[in-house]
Each structure stands twice: as C-alpha cells, then as structure tokens.
Design a protein around this ligand. Structure first.
Ligand SMILES: O=C(O)C[C@H](O)C(=O)O
Ligand code: SF4
Length: 515
C-alpha cells in the first residue's frame, strides 16, 4: 500500500479543483435552456468561466472545500487503520498546498485546527466487499448547501402544499418543498439526494449516499424513477433559478433512495448540494494503493465554448439595457441612494472580508480599522503566502449572507458601512436598516471563487487572525469586482420577490399526483 497516501492526495486535489463530467453536462444543459442575456444566463456564464479557471489554476472551484467525506470499499483483510492515517496525512498536505481551505473548527472555542484534522473531520467510512480492488470516493460538500438540507417527518403540513401524508404523494410534496425552501441560498441550481425511510441518522445517510450516484443514471426502481422524473420536470417550474435570481433551471439533479422504516417513523431526508458538486472516485490496486481508474469520467469532454460565445453576444446587448455603476470606497450615502435593484456594480479599491465570527465580534467591540463608507464582503477565502511572505488570494467567492441577519443592520449603522456583498440575500431586518441608514446589498455569484480571486490585486493586511483564515478580516484591494444590487435603500429586495413568487408557483403542485 505504498502508493495509497499519494493516491488519496491526488483524489483530494482533483475533487477540489475539477468538476466531474456528469456535473458539467448538467450545467451546460442548464445554460443552453436559459434565455441569453438574463441574469440567470449571465450567472451561469460566470459559473462555467469559474470551472474553467479552476481547471487551469488547479485551484479550488469554491473556497469552501467543505467537509471531506470519504466512502471506501475494501477487500477483506485491508488494513483500515493504516488507510485512515494515510488519508489524514493526505488531507493535511492538501490543506498546506491550499487545495483545501482549513475548515475544521472547534465547536466550543472556535479554534481552527489549521490542517482540516480534528474530532470528526474528515469523515471516513469503510465497508468491506468481495471484490479484489479498493473503491474510494470523496465528496467535498460545502457548508452553505449543507445548511439547506432538510428532514421531514410525515405526516406534515407543508407551506404552499398542504398536507403531506405517509405515501408516495406525501414524499413528492416533501421533495418539492425542499427545493423551494432552499431558494438560492445553497448556490442553486443544485442537486438533491433524497432518503426515504430509516431513522433520522440513516435517512440522512441514504440521502447523502444518493449524491454518489451519477447525475445521468436511471433509477432501477420504477416508482422512484417516476418520482425523480417528476421532480426534475416540476421543480424547475418554481422560477428560483441560478443563485435565486429567477430563471428556468433551479434543480440540476434528483436522486431518490428508499430503505425500510419502523411503524411510528416516516422520514424523508433531503441532502442539498450546490452546483459546485465536487465528488470523484478512484479504483485502487489493493496491494499497492495505486490508482487504476478514475470514476465519473464517462463521456466526452464538456465544451462550454459555444454556449459562452452566445452568452457573450447577449451580454453585450444586455449591457446597453442594464445600468452599470462603478464604486470605490469610501462611498457616500448619496451614491448608495442612487442604486436600484438590478443595477450592476463594479468595485475598484478596498473591500474588507467579514463573516460569522467578525459580525458577532463587531457587535460588542470596536472595528480594527475605520469602516466608515466601506464595503464588507461576506467571504472566507483560501489564502497562501508567496515566496516573499506576502499573502495572496487563492479562492474567494461569497458566503451565505443570511447567517449575519441578526447582526448586519446594527453593524452597518454602528460603523457607517455602506455596502455588503454576499450571496443568497438577507431578510427584513437588514432591508429595513438599508433603507434607514442608506446601505446596499450586492449579490455575487456563489462558488465562483476563482473568478473573484482573479480580480483581487493585493492583500493590504489582515486583522483578527485569531479567528482563523476563513473568519479573519482580510483587507483586499480589488479591480473590477462585479456584483448585482439585489437589495436597495428604497425597500426593494429581489430575494423577497423571488421567494413570494416561487411560493405561489409551488401551490400549483398541491393536488395529488401519485395515488
Ligand atoms: O464557507 C463558505 O465560504 C461558503 C459556504 O459554503 C456557504 O455557502 O455559505
Ligand atoms: S459557497 Fe456555494 S458553491 Fe461554495 S460550497 Fe457554499 S453552497 Fe457550495
């Protein structure tokens, strides 16, 4: 097994940086369906651009490299203790090489272990089988989509859909609702794995197991195949679209599995995965640990170029219609009041990262720098030091903003912050504060970590490093960072609008379909 650790390292790097072909095919199909020039089409364009940049740079597709979860099938007699040790070392090495973000955080103290190792991380699951080779699969599932997982206990009363009973039709309603409740916050368009039955733990395990199926496989169980087809067709009528901007594609894949339950329990568990669906696998020689084959590689290389050319032409036309504004901090209240939902903003100059730990900290403490008129970016980047010891940004897309809802409005007012950038939108408290104080919410494309890293010219400094790399406050000089105004200082929110209209659309699926 002398090659096993090296093989695991390769699997980790490949999974973090190269999206599998089945996922690329689904994204390309979505792109071809969107009307060129719409916000959804332009977002998908950024997404495909980002996928290609990650290929080229061998850098993380998204800065959140998630919770590494390995599923390994081994012949009887394979030494699982040694394999576990080798996997842990490969994880630490890949983190050091900035292929993974340090993501393992002590749940009580908040300390980041710095190498992705810690109690419960990474997750490694073994299973014995009768084959003579090792099958090792890895999924890097990010936190934003993980937070949108949902578990239903039937019977249930569901918003928009009414009663969901203990039968196939009740299950159908749960799945439709799961897509609705995720909105754009898990970086739609997404993929769902569904587990029917089991208990609360095994139900979710089955849901996650479904995420290891190939996007284009066909369910051998007739009932489940029909259910999957139904969901694919109808969830895409909800109009949530890429990043929750509205559009034709909300769901890119749906895989359903079933296990038995006990009489009193009836769970439907849904694991939501963002478009940055990073899962790969390898077949290994059980003696040497050497890679024999890569999994999920069926089919031709996916070529985004034709769709990209069409999109570029449409963007040119669109640009004439869309108002485009350039901002550079410090920004005045007057400049902010001029912005309206739908405007495209290009930022030059400074922005400062701040996510969960920073927002909590700023409620009771002074800011490390003067934030008056400044821009806060909800982002936990992947960082590296160059040969001269200067920090450089390796991956830096937005994180889900709604987590900062309890703090955001107060912090903007307290420090005079004028703009926040994130993804997925924020709620009524922030919207009211934007109106009162004169602030704006800008939506960047979730997962587009390479795309945004490219416009980050210089890291001018960092504060509050005690919170760890993702949670520290990084002071970054950018050039040409673009985002869309989705909440303005006049009380308008695109997110509120899409949520309301998708709820109305959900109601059309109230009547029984599977009897
Ligand atoms: O942690 C992050 O950087 C992003 C996270 O995956 C999210 O979607 O909110
Ligand atoms: S930021 Fe979006 S794409 Fe990245 S892990 Fe989170 S949900 Fe996925």
């Amino acid at each position: 097994m002398e090659k096993f650790q090296e093989s695991m390292y390769k699997l980790i790097v490949e999974t973090s940086t190269k999206l599998p072909k089945d996922v690329r095919r689904a994204i390309l199909a979505a792109k071809l369906k969107e009307n060129a020039g719409t916000r959804a089409a332009m977002s998908l364009d950024t997404i495909t651009d980002n996928i290609l940049k990650a290929d080229e740079n061998v850098s993380p597709i998204c800065q959140d490299t998630g919770l590494p979860t390995f599923k390994i099938k081994v012949p009887v007699g394979a030494n699982q203790i040694k394999m576990k040790k080798a996997i842990r070392q490969a994880i630490a090495d890949a983190t050091k090489d900035t292929k993974l973000r340090p993501n393992s955080v002590d749940s009580i103290t908040g300390d980041n272990s710095g190498d992705n190792l810690g109690d419960g991380t990474p997750v490694i699951k073994f299973e014995q089988w009768e084959e003579d080779y090792i099958d090792a699969r890895l999924i890097l599932k990010g936190g934003g989509c993980e937070n949108k997982n949902i578990q239903y206990s039937l019977p249930a009363e569901l918003e928009g859909l009414g009663r969901a009973g203990r039968d196939l039709d009740g299950i159908r309603k749960c799945i439709m609702h799961s897509v609705y409740q995720a909105q754009g916050q898990g970086c739609s368009a997404g993929f769902i794995g569904v587990g029917i039955g089991g208990d609360r733990t095994s139900g979710y395990e089955l849901a996650k197991e479904m995420l290891f199926r190939s996007v284009d496989d066909v369910n051998p169980n007739d009932n489940l195949r029909k259910l999957e087809e139904y969901v694919m067709e109808n969830a895409n009528k909800l109009g949530i679209g890429t990043m929750g901007f509205g559009g034709e594609t909300t769901l890119l894949g749906c895989k359903v599995g079933v296990i038995n339950r006990i009489p009193a329990s009836f769970f439907v568990s849904v694991a939501y995965n963002c478009w940055a669906y990073r899962r790969l696998g390898v077949k290994l020689n059980a003696e040497t640990g050497e890679i024999q084959d890569w999994l999920y590689t069926e089919g031709e290389e996916v070529d985004f170029t034709k769709a990209e050319e069409e999109a570029a032409a449409a963007v040119e036309q669109q640009e004439e219609k869309t108002r485009s504004v350039t901002l550079e901090a410090p920004i005045t209240e007057e400049q902010i009041r001029e912005l309206k939902v739908g405007d495209v903003v290009t930022i030059n100059g400074m922005m400062h990262t701040g996510r969960d730990a920073i927002h909590k900290h700023l409620m009771d403490n002074p800011a490390p720098i003067d934030l008056n008129g400044q821009i806060i970016y909800h982002c936990g980047p992947v960082m590296a030091k160059d040969a001269e010891g200067n920090w450089v940004v390796k991956a830096a897309g937005p994180t889900t903003s709604i987590r900062e809802e309890p703090y955001q409005g107060d912090i903007m007012k307290k420090f005079g912050i004028r703009a926040v950038i994130g993804k997925g939108g924020m709620g009524p408290k922030t919207l009211a504060a934007l109106k009162e104080h004169g602030g704006v919410y800008l939506n960047a494309i979730g997962g587009a970590a390479q795309y945004y890293a490219e416009c980050m010219e210089k890291v001018e400094g960092v504060d509050l490093m005690e919170f760890g790399v993702p949670e520290a406050m990084w002071h970054i000089r950018v050039n040409g960072f673009t985002a869309v105004v989705t909440m303005d200082s006049h009380g308008n929110s695109l997110h509120e609008h899409v949520e309301k209209s998708s709820l109305q659309k959900l109601e059309q699926f109230k009547d029984p379909v599977f009897k």
